[in-house]
Design a protein around this ligand. Sequence first.
Ligand SMILES: Cc1cc2nc3c(=O)[nH]c(=O)nc-3n(C[C@H](O)[C@H](O)[C@H](O)COP(=O)(O)O)c2cc1C
Ligand code: SF4
Length: 688
Amino acid sequence: MPRDPRYDILFEPVKIGPVTAKNRFYQVPHCTGLGWLRPRMLAALRGVKAEGGWGVVCTEYCSIHPSSDDLPYPTASLWDDSDIKANALMTEKVHAHGALAGVELWYGGSYTANLFTREVSMDVDSKPNIVGDPFQSRAMDKQDIRTLRRWHREAALRAKAADFDIVYVYATHGYLPSNFLSPLTNTRSDEYGGSLENRVRLVRELIQDTKEAVGDRCAVAVRFAADEGGGEDGIPVHADRREMFEMLAELPDLWDINLADESYDMGVSRFVKEGALEPYMDFVKSATSKPVVTVGRFTSPDTMVSQVRRGIVDFIGAARPSIADPFLPKKIEEGRPEDIRECIGCNICFASDGKGVPIWCTQNPTMGEEWRRGWHPEKIEAKGSDAKVLIVGAGPAGLECARALGQRGYEVMLAEAGRELGGRVTVESRLPGLSEWARVRDYRLQQIQRMTNVEVYRESDLGADDVLAVGADHVAIATGATWRRDGFGRYHPAGLADLGPAERVFTPDDVMAGRLPEGRVVLFDDDHYYMGSVVAERLCAEGLPVTLVTPENKVAAWGTYTVEQVRTQRRLLELGVEIIAAHGLSAFDGREAVLACAYTGRSRRIEADSVVMVTARRPNDGLYRSLSERLSAGAEGVPRSLRRIGDCDAPAIIAAAVYAGHRYARELDSPEGDRAQVLRDGVFGETP
Ligand SMILES: Cc1cc2nc3c(=O)[nH]c(=O)nc-3n(C[C@H](O)[C@H](O)[C@H](O)COP(=O)(O)O)c2cc1C
Ligand code: SF4
């Protein structure tokens, strides 16, 4: 299909200083959990983005010196010449598809404790480490500032040697240069502190140094926060940011604008919607003649066009939309925007980095697997046989399995017990703020509906005999999991004996099915991710008084990795939910709940009419087990293979279910041993 002429504007080339981007699609810097530790995986990932049509593809934050070391989060690095080779792997792959390669030079300052390199970090002052390690930075003296400028310049030269086209000065997100800029963090009284002129001095020097060093061939970009932070959502606090911007406006070749508050800049969809940065940065274009890029989880080409036409941006910046769908630009270009796999705004991608592991994505199971498994987000091997496959369960694992097997050309039957498809993503997407999670279902259904080789059977609650009667060659069971009501979980490894009466004990499944508790509700959250808090919010909407009890020290503790914990706790407090942290639920009798302190065991009683148990899930693997027994007993019509996938195998995050479905499809008909085979990336250090 030819592309819709409405979107032509997105494919115009844009000049950035000495280089030109072939279109307006700009993959802004985002980390991947790969960095200098896994250079081949990283290069392949970025190469796929370029292949997918992004005009600019940037690295993650790239450390300029060992005194800016973020392990266990693996950053890119340009510490010495031995790093050039690893980075050149990436630029080569990006250039192969006609895209520009950008590098974000980074010095963390008091953000890094340098636990790996054991160097002392430097910052505007001797500041406590921001992420909580018991370290402080050294307050930079004039010599330190000169040294930092030299390191930055040398890293820029290495970036040029690695064939990057765009070199960043990274002046936001609480890292060193941003601490010089902000009056809230700059406590200096020398010519680098105090007045606005003095506070911008270091950033101005870094821009000038970088231009002098590499500006003949490379564009120089600045990542800059449009507001000072601390305001209500959607209401910017510009303070002196506009003046600051105006002082620097014409110095770099490109402005990459975002916000200091990462929980808004890259907010989860529960709290932040598409295009949310506009009110913060709509002044920027009128204050500079240089091209401007910003972010906003852009997945709609109409929103993108509107941003450009209204003069808000020149480039459509994207981190997460490019992770969920590396081929987003190509799909618009080829006139098939309906094929875009839209980001759901869950931030599992960011959580992977926080865990120091290769990036996961809920929507895109191939992310991070481009090199080590050779997976491509759009291409998949043709079927290995004429086998018929039956998949039981149309949740995220079953849908992805059916979609990918269908793409391979297999004859697929997808049976779902209920009328609705989508399993947990459908029911969870009805909880407060989670509507965009339905995109996991919608993308897959939309693809499957076009496949003549995939049949979907709704209201088909199959037993073992029914499955055998189908006569499929392969059977995949994807029947999901059910929340437990017996207290079993991390806190009570053997469950909870004193829990009753049964009709007053609820689970998230009850709430999602509309079976709601009554009276004063105690919600016991021993899961620590989003479910406890969204169920609490749902109950608040019914006017029920809710007390959330958690053995952790804060609500939804795992949400720290997805950058939503603070917002979650704030939301619950604003809704009037009483939060009792560091306590477990030890008994409930229909009138009172007994709580025990997680540290001392000391108990206390609170009045409660109902409890909601958010503890653990039980795999729905009954069908799998009865089929396994038939197989072992040598029943007639048994399939050649029987597997369970997703939550029915082991309950986990939605991304894991999608991954399991995808992997099953990739590996069908491949030799059994292949399942364990995965290439191992690594670095060979060069000693001087
Ligand atoms: C997985 C992930 C890693 C990120 N890493 C970086 C980074 O290394 N440097 C940076 O400046 N911003 C980083 N960000 C922020 C993004 O560049 C971007 O500002 C933010 O995700 C909002 O854009 P989006 O809505 O298109 O995702 C990261 C974001 C994500 C999701
Ligand atoms: S993990 Fe979630 S937020 Fe991140 S890109 Fe994928 S769908 Fe979007």
